[in-house]
Design a binder for this molecule. Sequence first.
Ligand SMILES: Cc1cc2nc3c(=O)[nH]c(=O)nc-3n(C[C@H](O)[C@H](O)[C@H](O)COP(=O)(O)O)c2cc1C
Length: 173
Amino acid sequence: MNTVIDTIINRRSIRKFKDTQITQEHLQIMLKAMEAAPSAGNIQPWSFYVIKNKDVKKQLCEISFNQTALIEAPVVIAICAKPKESAATYQQLGQDFFCIQDTACVAQNLQLAAHSLGYGCVWIGIVKQDDIRQTIKATQSEQPVALIAIGIANETPAAYDRIEWQKLTTFID
Ligand SMILES: Cc1cc2nc3c(=O)[nH]c(=O)nc-3n(C[C@H](O)[C@H](O)[C@H](O)COP(=O)(O)O)c2cc1C
């Protein structure tokens, strides 16, 4: 097809990583891809934390039900939403809905950029928001939405497993 479509279709979650660092240049490209994400009204209600510190990664792992990808990965990026910034334009809808969608776009841009640069990654869902916020020292106005653990893959991912779009799609002509 083309390289973008190939990247989208071939990305898989990776949960085991080699003890190899991510180059600074690649990290900055990933951050640039995150910055490029779309957002409602182009408000960009987000902030990013790039975590390499072993103690902080260990704490994130413990808070996240001991998902060891958070320790093994050389870099974990926390993506936070800023609900108040969305609410200033879109009120409740911005606060509850748009800012979360916006940050999900950031997370997927990051996953695709990482994959295209030869890295593996996994999105770790945030359950204990307050604990994560405290650990990364984010402010009360930042809502942690996703942790993305990134590194060189040390596993072969499972085969692509999806409900075929034909079963899910209605055409309204
Ligand atoms: C919102 C969200 C939360 C997720 N949380 C976790 C998680 O906590 N742990 C994990 O191993 N994978 C997590 N994942 C990754 C999914 O399990 C994975 O994307 C899904 O199984 C499809 O597999 P694939 O990414 O290899 O295509 C999460 C994905 C999303 C979008």
